[in-house]
Design a protein around this ligand. Structure first.
Ligand SMILES: [Zn+2]
Length: 343
């Protein structure tokens, strides 16, 4: 029998201080050349061990080999000039200096496949690999070539599909696409965002997930959240169409967030990675708090489709805090698992 309530994390985990500056997004590497390659692999192994010691069921690389969940992927593509930077408003929220699309985009060779093979060799547990989604990619760029968000998204979807097929062949069990932009551009999501995501998963036999969150616990995001009112109903705009899509799993945030949990009813039938760990605070949840969130989620998600998870990536957190949160996630899931099995 498959394990009930398998735990996992949404994405990034803190890097060791000898590899990159802790608690920092886009932190530059502290090593170079072969030392950097070795250092990333060592960090990946440690990060895997942390997850295993904490009892996490579906493990990941914790994004130890990438500087950022979007830009590291884009860096490997043709047609994007990283020297030519423009300031754009990303997620309609904050200014960032981003690279420019200057010509047709394409993928010369695989981006993460060697890293995925490395992780696969370290463990026989199910592994999940995160890629940026097409809409979030175009939202982290300045486009001076296609001049159409939709056209560029379709191009990225094709490239992501090539990468995803190779990740599947490397033994990845779940491929996840990160689409925080889905929480902002509802009309585009419904017009072509979900369609481009389905293009990205075309022909895959492994499981697929989309992660839609309210972002890391950085100031631009916490300021934005203050403007959203007492009920965050963003998911309501896109869940009906996502429910009908071919995506297997939807990863969303719940813990300490103002998302009304009944919105999960709109994706009934899908597997749901329920965020039961808040990544915007250093306070470590108690197992009982995690259990309470999962119990509430069980009103709207069938037990065999509930995957306890974190709200988002944990790279901005101190390492010990992230580790404590992994332990809490495991312990909270265990409480509810026992309750379900006792029924
Ligand atoms: Zn996230």
């Amino acid at each position: 029998m498959k394990k009930l309530l398998p735990t996992s994390t949404a994405g990034s985990l803190p890097k060791p201080s000898w590899l990159a500056q802790p608690e920092t997004l886009w932190s530059p590497w502290k090593l170079q050349d072969q030392e950097l390659i070795d250092g990333k692999q060592d960090a990946l192994r440690l990060c895997l061990e942390d997850q295993q010691q904490a009892g996490i069921d579906i493990v990941s690389d914790g994004e130890q080999t990438r500087q950022h969940f979007v830009t590291t992927f884009i860096e490997h593509l043709n047609g994007v000039d990283f020297e030519k930077r423009e300031i754009v408003k990303i997620r309609n929220r904050y200014d960032a200096s981003v690279p420019t699309v200057v010509g047709p985009v394409s993928r010369q060779k695989s981006v993460f496949v060697e890293d995925a093979k490395f992780l696969r060799r370290q463990t026989s547990q199910p592994i999940k690999w995160a890629l940026p989604g097409p809409m979030t990619m175009i939202d982290t760029l300045y486009d001076n070539h296609y001049k159409s968000r939709e056209k560029l998204a379709w191009e990225f979807a094709k490239i992501l599909n090539e990468e995803a097929r190779e990740l599947e062949a490397a033994g990845v069990d779940i491929i996840q696409f990160d689409e925080p932009a889905f929480n902002v551009f509802f009309d585009e999501v419904n017009d072509w965002g979900i369609a481009t995501l389905e293009r990205a998963i075309e022909g895959l036999k492994c499981e697929t997930a989309v992660h839609i969150c309210y972002g890391y616990g950085i100031k631009a995001n916490t300021d934005w959240k203050k403007t959203l009112g007492s009920e965050w109903r963003q998911y309501e705009e896109i869940f009906p169409k996502l429910q009908k899509s071919n995506i297997d799993i939807i990863s969303l945030e719940c813990q300490n967030s103002h998302v009304p949990m009944e919105l999960m009813e709109l994706i009934r039938g899908k597997k749901v990675m329920v965020g039961a760990i808040d990544v915007a605070t250093n306070t470590i949840e108690t197992p009982e708090q995690v259990a309470a969130t999962l119990r509430k989620a069980l009103q709207f998600v069938d037990a065999d489709k509930l995957y306890p998870c974190t709200n988002c990536g944990m790279i901005p957190l101190p390492r010990a805090v992230a580790r404590g949160k992994l332990d809490a996630l495991h312990a909270g899931a265990e409480i509810v698992r026992k309750e379900l099995l006792a029924k």
